[in-house]
Design a protein around this ligand. Sequence first.
Ligand code: SF4
Ligand code: SF4
Length: 146
Amino acid sequence: MELSTNILLVFRQDVMYQPVIYRLAREFDLLFNILEAKILPRREGRLILELRGTPDAVARGIAYLEDSGVEVTSIADNISRDEERCVHCGACTAVCRTGALALDPTTLEVLFLPEKCAACGQCETACPTQALSGVNIERLGPLPRR
Ligand code: SF4
Ligand code: SF4
Protein backbone atom coordinates (compact mmCIF):
# COMPACT_ATOMS: atom_id res chain seq x y z
CA MET A 1 0.00 0.00 0.00
CA GLU A 2 1.35 3.41 -0.97
CA LEU A 3 0.83 6.57 1.04
CA SER A 4 0.98 10.13 -0.30
CA THR A 5 1.29 13.11 2.01
CA ASN A 6 2.07 16.80 1.57
CA ILE A 7 4.46 18.25 4.14
CA LEU A 8 6.12 21.57 4.86
CA LEU A 9 9.86 21.42 5.53
CA VAL A 10 11.51 24.37 7.23
CA PHE A 11 15.29 24.52 6.99
CA ARG A 12 16.89 26.90 9.44
CA GLN A 13 20.15 28.59 8.58
CA ASP A 14 22.33 25.81 10.04
CA VAL A 15 20.81 23.06 7.86
CA MET A 16 19.62 24.87 4.75
CA TYR A 17 22.82 24.21 2.82
CA GLN A 18 23.14 20.53 3.87
CA PRO A 19 22.39 17.75 1.29
CA VAL A 20 19.36 16.52 3.27
CA ILE A 21 17.00 16.13 0.31
CA TYR A 22 19.66 14.35 -1.71
CA ARG A 23 20.04 11.77 1.06
CA LEU A 24 16.26 11.45 1.43
CA ALA A 25 16.07 10.39 -2.21
CA ARG A 26 19.14 8.15 -2.10
CA GLU A 27 18.70 6.32 1.21
CA PHE A 28 14.93 5.96 1.54
CA ASP A 29 12.56 4.21 -0.81
CA LEU A 30 10.49 7.33 -1.43
CA LEU A 31 9.28 9.39 -4.35
CA PHE A 32 8.76 13.09 -3.93
CA ASN A 33 7.64 16.15 -5.82
CA ILE A 34 8.60 19.66 -4.83
CA LEU A 35 5.30 21.56 -4.94
CA GLU A 36 6.43 24.95 -3.63
CA ALA A 37 9.64 26.58 -2.41
CA LYS A 38 10.50 29.79 -0.62
CA ILE A 39 14.09 30.76 0.17
CA LEU A 40 15.14 33.58 2.45
CA PRO A 41 18.92 33.69 1.76
CA ARG A 42 21.07 32.91 4.81
CA ARG A 43 17.99 32.80 7.04
CA GLU A 44 15.47 30.07 6.19
CA GLY A 45 14.32 27.76 3.40
CA ARG A 46 10.79 26.39 3.05
CA LEU A 47 9.74 23.49 0.83
CA ILE A 48 6.39 21.87 0.29
CA LEU A 49 6.98 18.22 -0.64
CA GLU A 50 4.58 15.57 -1.79
CA LEU A 51 6.06 12.41 -0.31
CA ARG A 52 5.06 8.98 -1.64
CA GLY A 53 5.94 5.51 -0.46
CA THR A 54 4.87 2.81 1.96
CA PRO A 55 3.68 4.10 5.36
CA ASP A 56 6.87 2.71 6.91
CA ALA A 57 9.14 4.41 4.36
CA VAL A 58 7.29 7.72 4.78
CA ALA A 59 7.60 7.50 8.58
CA ARG A 60 11.33 6.67 8.36
CA GLY A 61 11.90 9.50 5.88
CA ILE A 62 10.16 12.03 8.11
CA ALA A 63 12.11 10.79 11.15
CA TYR A 64 15.34 11.20 9.17
CA LEU A 65 14.39 14.78 8.21
CA GLU A 66 13.62 15.68 11.82
CA ASP A 67 16.85 14.04 13.06
CA SER A 68 18.67 16.19 10.49
CA GLY A 69 17.30 19.36 12.06
CA VAL A 70 14.52 20.02 9.53
CA GLU A 71 11.16 21.05 10.99
CA VAL A 72 8.40 18.94 9.42
CA THR A 73 4.73 20.01 9.44
CA SER A 74 1.78 18.16 7.94
CA ILE A 75 -0.07 20.49 5.57
CA ALA A 76 -3.48 18.86 5.98
CA ASP A 77 -3.29 18.99 9.78
CA ASN A 78 -2.49 22.69 9.84
CA ILE A 79 -4.80 24.36 7.36
CA SER A 80 -8.52 24.90 7.33
CA ARG A 81 -11.19 26.92 5.62
CA ASP A 82 -13.40 29.19 7.69
CA GLU A 83 -16.74 27.59 6.87
CA GLU A 84 -18.63 30.55 8.37
CA ARG A 85 -16.99 32.89 5.86
CA CYS A 86 -17.18 30.71 2.75
CA VAL A 87 -20.06 31.71 0.47
CA HIS A 88 -19.22 29.07 -2.20
CA CYS A 89 -18.65 31.69 -4.89
CA GLY A 90 -16.10 29.45 -6.66
CA ALA A 91 -13.41 32.10 -7.15
CA CYS A 92 -10.80 29.91 -5.45
CA THR A 93 -11.39 26.92 -7.74
CA ALA A 94 -10.06 28.90 -10.72
CA VAL A 95 -6.61 29.29 -9.13
CA CYS A 96 -6.22 25.93 -7.37
CA ARG A 97 -4.07 23.64 -9.51
CA THR A 98 -4.11 20.61 -7.23
CA GLY A 99 -7.85 19.97 -6.97
CA ALA A 100 -7.89 20.83 -3.26
CA LEU A 101 -10.72 23.27 -4.03
CA ALA A 102 -13.34 21.86 -6.36
CA LEU A 103 -16.99 22.32 -7.17
CA ASP A 104 -19.32 19.53 -6.09
CA PRO A 105 -21.56 19.14 -9.17
CA THR A 106 -24.41 17.77 -7.09
CA THR A 107 -24.63 20.35 -4.32
CA LEU A 108 -22.89 23.20 -6.22
CA GLU A 109 -20.85 23.81 -3.09
CA VAL A 110 -17.09 24.28 -3.18
CA LEU A 111 -15.30 21.40 -1.46
CA PHE A 112 -12.02 21.90 0.37
CA LEU A 113 -9.75 18.83 0.50
CA PRO A 114 -6.75 19.75 2.70
CA GLU A 115 -4.85 16.54 1.88
CA LYS A 116 -4.43 17.78 -1.72
CA CYS A 117 -3.28 21.29 -0.78
CA ALA A 118 0.21 22.53 -1.74
CA ALA A 119 -0.04 25.72 0.35
CA CYS A 120 0.68 27.87 -2.70
CA GLY A 121 -1.38 30.75 -1.32
CA GLN A 122 -3.24 31.48 -4.56
CA CYS A 123 -6.67 30.88 -3.04
CA GLU A 124 -5.90 33.12 -0.10
CA THR A 125 -5.48 36.01 -2.53
CA ALA A 126 -8.50 35.06 -4.66
CA CYS A 127 -11.01 34.59 -1.85
CA PRO A 128 -13.18 37.70 -1.36
CA THR A 129 -14.23 36.74 2.18
CA GLN A 130 -10.84 35.75 3.69
CA ALA A 131 -12.14 32.23 4.31
CA LEU A 132 -8.73 30.78 3.41
CA SER A 133 -6.37 33.11 5.23
CA GLY A 134 -3.19 31.36 6.32
CA VAL A 135 -3.23 28.68 3.58
CA ASN A 136 0.19 29.86 2.49
CA ILE A 137 3.75 28.45 2.53
CA GLU A 138 5.02 31.63 4.20
CA ARG A 139 2.74 31.44 7.20
CA LEU A 140 2.39 27.73 7.92
CA GLY A 141 4.31 26.03 10.70
CA PRO A 142 7.19 27.65 12.56
CA LEU A 143 7.55 31.36 11.92
CA PRO A 144 10.78 32.73 10.41
CA ARG A 145 13.31 33.94 12.96
CA ARG A 146 14.18 37.60 12.56
S1 SF4 B 1 -13.27 31.96 -2.90
FE1 SF4 B 1 -13.60 31.94 -0.66
S2 SF4 B 1 -15.81 32.28 -0.42
FE2 SF4 B 1 -15.47 31.69 -2.57
S3 SF4 B 1 -15.76 29.42 -2.58
FE3 SF4 B 1 -13.57 29.81 -2.27
S4 SF4 B 1 -13.30 29.80 -0.02
FE4 SF4 B 1 -15.48 30.05 -0.42
S1 SF4 C 1 -3.16 26.94 -1.18
FE1 SF4 C 1 -5.23 27.07 -2.06
S2 SF4 C 1 -4.90 27.26 -4.29
FE2 SF4 C 1 -2.99 26.49 -3.39
S3 SF4 C 1 -3.14 24.24 -3.50
FE3 SF4 C 1 -3.92 24.82 -1.47
S4 SF4 C 1 -6.13 25.03 -1.73
FE4 SF4 C 1 -5.24 25.06 -3.81
